[in-house]
Structures are given as C-alpha cells and as structure tokens.
Design a protein around this ligand. Structure first.
Ligand SMILES: [Zn+2]
Length: 152
C-alpha cells in the first residue's frame, strides 16, 4: 500500500509522440546515465548499477550504488520526474498524467526518506545536467563519505 494516489491503468496514447514517451518509461541505461557512469568510471570510482541499497526493509533500486560510502545515485528523467526546468504537462489525458506524475514524485520523496533513514546519502541527478558536473557532485560526496562508512 502506498501513501499516494495511484493513477490507474494508462489511457491509450493520444498521438505517436505520446506513444514514444510512454515507450521510454522505465528504460534502463539511458544516455545521460551512461554518460555519468562513464565519467565516474574514468575517475576510478566503482559502483553497483541498478541495485537495491542494503539496509532498508523496502526494495527501492537506485541507478548507482556506492556501498562503502553509502551513496545512492538516481538519474531522473526530466519528464517523468517533473524537472522544474523542463516541466511539461501533456494536454491529452491531462487528469491521468497529473496523477501519474504526482505519484512518481511522491514515490521519489518516499524513496529519499527511506534511504536517508537507513544512513544513505541520496543524490538526484537530472538528465539535463552535464555529466561532468554531475560526476563532480557524486565524486565529492563519495570521497567525503568513504572514510566514515568503511565496511567491516
Ligand atoms: Zn530538465
């Protein structure tokens, strides 16, 4: 059971463009994520991909998991996660989309809270961010936290 409203089954796509957006739902290994991974790997950082950070009783997968530093990274698509810069509300099936996108945001915030409560530092990267800038952020956090959270 979740604390937010679920949108129900998807309505039929209103046009070919909407179909293309829907097809991208949940797709793994998106281009922004691959670019970030490549940049972090180049810097010598190692991480798990699409993994559940250990220590919570709920299965929430993160895009990148740095176990030693307890840093979980999510690369959030601008559309699906309602990026404030590229906010876009579909006009067709507007009511369904409003609930759908709000439920994704609510789940994101819940995931942040679940992981924070288990001692994880959550980093959210927008797909529009430059990979080098995002890598700087992640790299800095992982470096700062690595010493404090050595695994036995
Ligand atoms: Zn954006």
């Amino acid at each position: 059971m979740s604390a937010w409203e679920e949108p129900g089954p998807a309505p039929p796509p209103s046009n070919p463009n909407a179909s293309a957006i829907m097809r991208r739902t949940g797709r793994k290994d998106t281009r922004p994520e691959l670019a970030l991974r490549r940049e972090l790997h180049r810097r010598g950082l190692r991480y798990l991909v699409d993994a559940t950070p250990p220590g919570t009783n709920r299965r929430r997968r993160a895009d990148l998991v740095f176990r030693g530093a307890r840093v979980a990274v999510f690369v959030d698509g601008c559309f699906w996660h309602s990026c404030p810069v590229h906010v876009h509300r579909p006009k067709a099936n507007a009511g369904w989309w409003r609930v759908k996108l709000a439920s994704i945001t609510a789940r994101d915030r819940d995931t942040d809270a679940v992981l924070a409560a288990a001692g994880w530092c959550v980093v959210r990267v927008w797909e529009h961010e430059r990979p080098v800038a995002a890598a700087d952020r992640v790299h800095g956090l992982v470096h700062a936290r690595r010493g404090r959270h050595r695994r036995p």
